[in-house]
Design a protein around this ligand. Structure first.
Ligand code: HAM
Length: 414
């Protein structure tokens, strides 16, 4: 048996119906704030992600599905949406539009990660990007929008982690300061952490060993090293969130898996997900990305949230089943033409109509119509005759085929 590739899944009809409800909520929440939909191609030139997401990130180093297009050009299935949206912003001269340009997307993304619950190789994200504004209110508004969206979708057990990364220059200086601290306190750190001082000093904050954790409480924090204008920007974001009643935890060790961030960064975690994959959505400001992609210097901010993780962390709400107004059954094979026509005419008249397609016995057809919850069944006979049965009352009307639709429409209006 041929199966779907590891880390991928089928969206079956019940699942698709739930996703449609999620999409409708996304449209409402983001549409109300003036965000408009954008969709970019499923694959892009590899260089876009190498430059945009960062050569040194896990995503670019290990997780991209990259292939040759047959003509010597390297293409990659998109692992994320921010770099493509920025590419589109530059390519279509969107800097000429009133700023910021507020965009959202709902698309599938691809990362060659080890699959587990909440982590797939093809997954869906909803994302929002506000390009062309550096104001703190843009960041705060984006965070409120994601909080409102997750709340409207019934995501449980949420915590918001918030930090600011300042500029790349601040981070480089901070890194040296942290390395100096770690070297000066090697005796209070586990050998593993000591071995990683040069490679990735920030990882020391994730250590679980007691002695190391104690040593790290005295380590310098990035948030304390921000330049005055970055610190002021962050203070404003915080005060807007406070005013909006959004609770957050400051986490000065928050690192995101993408290199483009500057200033504000955040993540929404849900304890309903548990374990390593507890991040439902995250994002932040990326003031230098557009310039890195050869566009005009343009500040921007945004987020993305995983649809499958939203579904895992929210109450299972089964969408209402489809309504069927009319099921068209056949009592004799000769009636097929009339039945076929009745079905599509009913749909054109605005009714939800289904035709018997499986060659069931009349008894089987009535049982099937009942299972579908059909309001009416028309049993089509010979010579343009039909019996129209009201499935609720059991009443049956013998009539001509042409009277079936008007009868149902009249009863619907009562
Ligand atoms: P990200 O944190 O890499 O950010 O991904 C955002 C969300 O996508 C995650 O929080 C998670 O819910 C979901 N996600 C990521 N990888 C997987 C996976 N393998 N399986 C299932 N879900 C996954 C970004 O992608 C940035 N582009 C967000 C952003 C937008 N920053 C600024 N603007």
């Amino acid at each position: 048996m041929i199966q779907a590739p590891k880390g991928t899944f089928d969206v079956l009809p019940d699942d698709a119906a739930r996703r449609e409800l999620i999409e409708a909520q996304i449209r409402r929440t983001l549409g109300a704030a003036g965000y408009r939909r954008i969709e970019t191609p499923t694959f892009e030139s590899t260089e876009l992600f190498a430059r945009g997401v960062g050569e040194a990130t896990d995503i670019v180093q290990k997780e991209m599905y990259t292939f040759d297009d047959g003509g010597g050009r390297s293409l990659t299935l998109r692992p994320e949406g921010t770099a493509p949206v920025c590419r589109a912003y530059i390519e279509h001269g969107m800097h000429k539009l009133p700023q910021p340009v507020k965009l959202w997307y709902l698309s599938s993304f691809f990362r060659a990660e080890a699959p587990q619950r909440g982590r797939y190789r093809q997954f869906w994200q909803v994302g929002a990007e506000a390009i062309g504004s550096e104001t703190p209110e843009t960041d705060a508004e984006l965070i409120v929008l994601l909080a409102d969206l997750l709340d409207a979708l019934g995501v449980r057990g949420l915590t918001l982690k918030l930090s600011s990364l300042g500029t790349p220059e601040t981070r480089a200086e901070y890194r040296e300061e942290l390395k100096a601290y770690l070297r000066a306190h090697e005796s209070g750190l586990s050998p593993e952490v000591v071995g990683r001082i040069d490679l990735n000093p920030m990882r020391a904050f994730d250590a679980t060993e007691r002695r190391t954790r104690e040593t790290m409480t005295g380590a310098p924090k990035l948030l304390d090293c921000l330049m005055p204008e970055d610190a002021e920007h962050f203070a404003q974001v915080r005060s807007l969130l406070d005013a909006a009643g959004i609770r957050y935890e400051l986490d000065s060790t928050l690192v995101r898996g993408l290199d483009y961030y500057t200033r504000t960064v955040f993540e929404f975690m849900s304890d309903a997900l548990g374990g390593a994959q507890s991040t439902v959505g995250g994002g932040g400001r990326y003031d230098r990305l557009i310039e890195q992609l050869e566009g005009p210097p343009t500040p921007a901010s945004g987020w993305a949230a995983g649809i499958e993780r939203i579904m895992l962390a929210s109450e299972q709400r089964n969408p209402a089943p489809e309504l069927v107004d009319l099921f068209v059954a056949l009592s004799v094979r000769d009636g097929v033409q009339g039945a076929f026509e009745l079905t599509y005419q009913a749909r054109r008249a605005g009714l939800q109509a289904q035709l018997e397609l499986a060659g069931r016995s009349l008894k089987g057809q009535l049982k099937h119509a009942d299972r579908l919850g059909a309001r009416y069944v028309a049993i089509v006979g010979e010579n343009g005759q039909a019996s129209l049965r009201n499935m609720q009352s059991g009443e049956q009307l013998e009539t001509e085929l042409q009277n079936v639709i008007p009868t149902i429409l009249r009863s619907s209006r009562l």
